[in-house]
Design a protein around this ligand. Structure first.
Ligand SMILES: Cc1ncc(COP(=O)(O)O)c(C=O)c1O
Length: 280
C-alpha cells in the first residue's frame, strides 16, 4: 500500500508517474528528504523532522520549505492512510527538473514498514565497522560535502549495507579516518555506560538524529546523564550496551560488533525503548 500527496496538496495515484525523468533529485540525487514514523495517525518528532528538512534544504541552497504546506501534506497522507498501526512517511524535496523554471519538486509518501526493520527491532543486529573516508574536522573545512545534511545521495550508504550483507552482517557503523565513531548508514549510534548515554556530535559530520535526541531528552528527564561527544572505536565494546537508533527502527540493540559478541542485556533494551516511548 502507498499513499502519495504532491506539494500542492493533491492526493494522487501512487502507481501513476508524477516525476519528470530529468528531475535533478533523480538524475543527480540533488535534493533532501526525511523519513518519519507515524503511529496510529500521530507523526513522531514531526517538528524536529521539519526543522531538519529546512536545515538540509538550506545546506543545498534549495528554497526554504513552506512549513505550513509540508505540515498540511503530512496530515493529508496520514488522513488518507486506511489502517491503524505504523506507517513510514517520506518527505522528498528536490531541485526539480533540469530544464524547468526552478520550481522544486516535493511530495509526501506513506509506506508500510519494511519487514527487516521490524525483525531487527526484536532480534537486534550484527554490525561491522567500515571506513567512511573523512576526518572529523572536514565538516568545517568542506561545507560542499554536505556532511550532516539529509540529502537524497544515499548510494554510498546503501552500498555499505550491501557490503555488510555480503560479509554476514546486518548493519554498519561508519568510522572516521581517526577511528572515531560516526553513525550507521541510516541510524545514529548510542553507547550506554552505566546510566550514561553517549553519541558522537554532529560537528564530526553525522546527521543530528531525531530519535537520538528524543531518547536523550527522555533519559535526562528520568535522571540519566547524556553526552554528545566523540567516541573511539575501541570504546564500543567496553560499554553496557550499543544501540542503533532511527525513526523507523527505533532503538535497536547491537548484538555483535566486528564478529565479537557484545554483552546481551535485554533489560537495557527494554528500559531504553520505554524511555523512548515516554517521549511520545
Ligand atoms: C545517516 C543517518 N544518520 C542518522 C539517522 C537517524 O535519524 P532519525 O533518528 O532522525 O531517523 C538517519 C535516518 O535515516 C540517517 O540516514
Amino acid at each position: 500500500m502507498r499513499v502519495l500527496a504532491l506539494l500542492d496538496g493533491t492526493l494522487v495515484d501512487p502507481e501513476a508517474p508524477h516525476i519528470r525523468v530529468d528531475d535533478l533529485g533523480l538524475v543527480r540525487g540533488d535534493g533532501v528528504f526525511e523519513t518519519i514514523l507515524v503511529v496510529d495517525g500521530t507523526p513522531r518528532e514531526l517538528d524536529p523532522h521539519l526543522d531538519r528538512l529546512a536545515r538540509s534544504a538550506a545546506m543545498v541552497e534549495l528554497p526554504a520549505p513552506d512549513r505550513a504546506a509540508w505540515t498540511r501534506l503530512v496530515r493529508t497522507v496520514i488522513d488518507a492512510w486506511p489502517e491503524p498501526g505504523e506507517m513510514a512517511l517520506k518527505l522528498v524535496y528536490t531541485r526539480g527538473p533540469e530544464f524547468g523554471d526552478g520550481t522544486p519538486t516535493g511530495y509526501a509518501l506513506g509506506l508500510p514498514l519494511n519487514a527487516k526493520s521490524l525483525r531487527q527491532r526484536a532480534d537486534g543486529v550484527s554490525v561491522i565497522t567500515l571506513a567512511r573516508g573523512f576526518s572529523p574536522d572536514l565538516v568545517e573545512r568542506a561545507p560542499w560535502l554536505l556532511l550532516g545534511a539529509k540529502t537524497l545521495s544515499y548510494a554510498v550508504n546503501m552500498a555499505a549495507l550491501r557490503y555488510a550483507d555480503a560479509h554476514g552482517a546486518d548493519e554498519v557503523v561508519f568510522l572516521a579516518d581517526d577511528d572515531s565513531v560516526l553513525e550507521g548508514p541510516t541510524s545514529s549510534v548510542v553507547l550506554v555506560e552505566g546510566t550514561t548515554l553517549r553519541t558522537p556530535p554532529p560537528t564530526s559530520g553525522v546527521l543530528a538524529g531525531t530519535t537520538q535526541e528524543a531518547l536523550f531528552r527522555a533519559a535526562e528527564r528520568a535522571g540519566w546523564s547524556t553526552k554528545v561527544e566523540p567516541i573511539e572505536r575501541a570504546e564500543l565494546t567496553g560499554g553496557d550496551g550499543l544501540f542503533l537508533v532511527s525513526s523507523v527502527r527505533k532503538i535497536t540493540r547491537v548484538r555483535v560488533l566486528d564478529g565479537v559478541e557484545l554483552p546481551d542485556r535485554p533489560e537495557l533494551n527494554v528500559v531504553l525503548n520505554e524511555l523512548y516511548e515516554s517521549e511520545y
